[in-house]
Design a protein around this ligand. Structure first.
Ligand code: M6R
Length: 367
């Protein structure tokens, strides 16, 4: 049932092009870019009436929420707050019927996320859930659902469910932007095309990415700590890379926004410390590069994940994972792939049970 793969996790990493395709197809008109989300139960009028969005989730799903904040604020121009569900449910919430609450959950059963949804609904907010499991508690209680069609995810470490959540959240961004009139037809087409194109790009590059990552890990698999850094849309992916590594290899890892390094974590950097930096050629590229130069000046061991043809990266380190240059909004989906594979390759090199890491359950149904 692992279809020739050594682990479910690797199988699920390779299933991502299909999972994203299944999540997107039938929901977007390839000519006009128009998005329809059958079970969302949110009218155009409601889209216009919302004045704030809360995104609520745990773990990897929370990282998807962090990416969506950038997308929604940029394209649909609504303020978005992102909350870890276990914090959301116990803080003093300022919610009324103009707030839309979106929970993101692969399983649809996570106790804290479910509790967050119930609280928000009680306060008058409409609640939508982005979920992978048909008929799960969250989909039954929510006012509307956007299903991810990732298929069953067996590995405890979430992979294809995450990138499918990103695809669903990007569909939602286009949907919302169009109904609110914050994106025009040309923009809608551009964004939809970018999303429709991403599975083929991943499919084409996956073997090469695995090869590049595999060639790197011998020098890194026995390190004790890792830092992951990124800016803008790459910041949540740095968090996700660090979580994946912790979860399955038991190496201590932290993710930071690149600009935060100088506010403390830079003190950790010496010639023993590996730092994985995401450096797509996006709006914040030059800022990220200057943060990386600071790491280099302190002799940190850098692994860069960047764009093909960016020869400047080779003046910083030899350890570069090259990815194609694509539509900026799709970078979080693409840059997740090497982060997942880095964790996978290191964990298996260390002999860890990647599908069943210690102390973890697939679905956290207690508080
Ligand atoms: O089912 P959910 O998406 O609500 O689960 C949330 C987290 O428990 C989950 O993403 C967890 O962090 C994963 N093991 C990460 O790989």
């Amino acid at each position: 049932e692992k279809a020739g793969f050594k682990h479910f996790m690797l199988k699920e990493i390779f299933e991502q092009p299909q999972a994203i395709t299944n999540t997107v197809s039938g929901r977007v008109n390839p000519e006009t870019g128009e998005v329809s989300l059958a079970e969302i139960n949110l009218s155009a009028q409601e889209c216009r009436n919302i004045d704030r969005i809360f995104l609520v989730a745990c773990g990897t799903s929370w990282h998807a929420a962090l990416v969506a904040k950038y997308w929604i604020e940029r394209h649909a121009k609504i303020p978005v707050e992102v909350d870890i569900a276990s914090e959301f449910r116990y803080r003093h919430l300022l919610i009324d019927e103009r707030v839309l609450t979106i929970t993101i959950s692969q399983s649809g059963e996570t106790a804290d996320t479910l509790a967050g949804m119930r609280i928000a609904r009680k306060m008058g907010s409409k609640a939508i859930t982005i979920c992978n499991v048909v008929g799960s508690t969250m989909t039954r209680e929510a006012d509307g659902t956007v299903y991810t069609h990732a298929g069953p995810e067996i590995g405890v470490a979430s992979t294809k469910a995450f990138t499918s959540q990103l695809a669903a959240l990007f569909l939602f961004t286009i949907f919302l932007g169009r109904h609110r009139g914050t994106i025009d037809l040309a923009k809608q087409q551009e964004l939809a095309q970018a999303l429709i194109g991403i599975p083929a790009i991943i499919e084409h590059h996956l073997p090469k990415i695995q090869e590049q990552v595999g060639a790197l890990i011998e020098g890194y698999y026995d390190c004790r700590d890792f830092l992951f850094v990124g800016r803008g849309l790459s910041y949540p992916i740095a968090l996700e890379g660090a979580l994946k590594l912790k979860e399955i290899s038991y190496i201590h890892a932290e993710g930071y926004a690149s600009g935060e390094l100088k506010h403390g974590p830079i003190a950790l950097i010496d010639k023993e410390m590996p730092i994985v930096a995401m450096v797509p050629q996006d709006k914040v590229y030059h800022k990220t590069i200057s943060n990386i130069e600071e790491i280099k000046a302190r002799q940190g061991r850098l692994i860069l994940i960047g764009s093909e043809g960016d020869s400047h990266l080779l003046t910083i380190t030899d350890d570069v994972v090259w990815l194609p240059k694509i539509h900026e909004d799709m970078n979080p989906i693409l840059y997740t792939i090497p982060a997942q594979l880095l964790a996978y390759e290191i964990a298996t090199r260390r002999g860890c049970d990647v599908d069943q890491p210690r102390n973890l359950a697939k679905s956290v149904t207690v508080e």
